[in-house]
Design a protein around this ligand. Sequence first.
Ligand code: GDP
Length: 211
Amino acid sequence: MTPGADRPSPGARVRDVEFAGAIGQPGQAPPGDLPEIAVAGRSNVGKSSLINAMVGRKRLARVSGTPGRTREVNFFRIDGRFFLVDLPGYGFARAPEAVRATWRSLMETYLQDNARLRGLVVLVDCRRGLQEADRHLLGYVAGGGLPVLFALTKVDKLNRSGRQKAVRDLQAALDLPADQVVATSARTGDGVQALVDALYGLVDDEQGGNT
Ligand code: GDP
């Protein structure tokens, strides 16, 4: 490794990742003062698998068979540069109202008035498309100017034309430019590096101070 080369070049894998802590109550302080990029999606969308694929670990974020079970906001420190923040999955239809109320208040508090937040990645299952619960989440950041990226997950389940249609449908649903949607598969690795590069782009933009 080149001495002093502490900024990964585009396309480089995440070099160093560690679990930094979790918050379970609205208003709790994060485990440090770094820029944050949050990742959100419906339960079972493939969020744990995609986070693990992005950071190159098998079991960093827990791949859970129980939708809605992970209810904390988990912070992963990436190369000492930013926190990748794993938000609790949502849209679990059978969760009690009290659980959903806690989720709403945790999300609202975390996503609004968060000066460290640099971007939000919303994961959407390529076979299901954008759901009402996703729109609800997007409502928390609407109008705030926060960069939002969308990752379609599990695209290994679709053929080429199916993927293209899934991307087009998502773009059309929210009137998104093409570069805001990434087609990914944690299983094959498709799109994973593109998403990692996009995350670094969010942090680099800011550190360049030119935008
Ligand atoms: P989470 O609840 O959003 O964290 O989702 P998980 O990562 O636990 O994944 C939910 C289910 O989807 C599991 O059965 C995974 O094996 C499966 N899964 C996750 N990512 C992929 C993928 O890229 N392709 C396929 N085919 N299945 C996936």
